[in-house]
Design a binder for this molecule. Structure first.
Ligand code: RP5
Length: 346
């Protein structure tokens, strides 16, 4: 969890609709407590049951080592950390851009924090940005794991389809916002240090889960890739800050943590790279990640560390994995693939 988002609170202003094909709202800015661009118009909402009923013709998206279905959390009703930014409902069959949706009238929203242009955010106007390449002027990777994405009148378009919101929401970068997620695992063990087996005879896997401060959901301790940073460095930094509270460690503790993490994070297994079904996504910005599994087979290395929540994490724990888990964004898909990879109980 990298960017400190959702800080209060002032009033924003209207700006041009981010997607030309989207009819622009003409109502004044709502005097809500979010410093944002936030415009809305009535759009004909489909009956609620249509939103989650995936018609059989809807394509499943193939990604590295994984199948991710149509984005769902990126169409959640209320935009995260707002009270009244309501997405225009998008039924499953209207998600792909190549399906006509004439009534589509997305709400436009960019948070106050993003508009204030902190160092991790792009300018309001994306017209000077070159997409689908590495942006050398800022050292920002503007490429997508999904391949080249469309840029309509200067505005990048979400490769997974409509979300019901335009603008940047609470994400800083136009287009892909790159993150890295460490999936740190060990076997659950009993008092005698034997692996604990589930009823199916398979060993139970545990992973390091953090509770996000922004929404209270459990998640992988991932975070945004800083400009110019390689992903291993991001993984180590985020894991150290969120799961080991390295920001508040003494110098001596920091040296020890970094030494163990440096060795441990050398040999990972890539579980996934691609689009994340994150609730902050909009038609113009979206999360992408590389999720890498680091497994402590003996449980004597990182598996023996005492965890301490830090930075954006409210809590941290070694969490047992099974099919009943509910996690932030599409993290459950990454965990499921890790279970398959390590032949663990699900
Ligand atoms: C998710 O958001 C990624 O998978 C990653 O875990 C996280 C990065 O965002 P922050 O936690 O930095 O807000 O989409």
């Amino acid at each position: 969890m990298g960017h400190k988002i959702g800080k209060p609170i002032c009033f924003g202003s209207l700006r041009q609709s981010a997607v030309k094909s989207t009819r622009r709202a003409s109502v004044p800015l709502s005097a809500d407590r979010y410093c944002s661009t936030h415009t809305s118009r009535t759009c004909s909402a489909p009956p609620k049951h249509q939103i989650n009923n995936k018609p059989s013709f809807v394509k499943e998206f193939s990604t590295t080592n994984n199948i991710m279905s149509l984005h769902v959390k990126a169409r959640c009703e209320i935009y995260p950390r707002t009270k009244d930014v309501k997405r225009c409902p998008v039924p499953d069959d209207k998600v792909p851009w190549n399906v006509d949706f004439l009534e589509y009238a997305p709400v436009e929203f960019t948070s106050a924090t993003v508009l204030s242009q902190p160092e991790w955010a792009d300018p309001v106007d994306p017209s000077g940005i070159e997409f689908n390449c590495i942006d050398k002027s800022n050292n920002v990777d503007r490429r997508s794991y999904e391949g080249d994405f469309a840029v309509i009148d200067g505005y990048p378009r979400n490769p997974r389809g409509r979300t019901g919101v335009t603008g940047r929401g609470s994400l800083g970068r136009w287009g892909p916002n790159h993150a890295a997620d460490p999936i740190v695992t060990r076997w659950k063990r009993d008092d005698k240090n034997s692996k604990v087996l589930a009823h199916d005879g398979k060993p139970i896997l545990q992973f390091v889960a953090v509770q996000r401060r922004d929404c209270g959901e459990w998640a992988l301790p991932g975070g945004m890739v800083n400009p110019g940073e390689n992903r291993t460095a991001t993984l180590m930094r985020e894991f150290g800050e969120e799961a080991l509270n390295s920001l508040e460690a003494t110098d001596e503790q920091k040296i020890r943590i970094n030494k163990v993490l440096f060795d441990f994070f050398q040999a990972g297994h890539t579980i996934y790279r691609g689009y994340v079904d994150d609730p902050r996504n909009t038609d113009n910005v979206w999360m992408e990640t590389k999720a890498i599994n680091f497994h402590d087979e003996s449980g004597k290395g990182v598996g023996a560390f005492n965890l301490h929540a830090g930075d954006d994490a409210a809590d941290v724990q070694w969490m047992d994995i099974d099919s009943s888990l509910k996690l932030y964004a599409s993290h459950i898909d990454f965990i499921r693939s890790t279970v398959d990879h390590l032949k663990a109980h699900w």
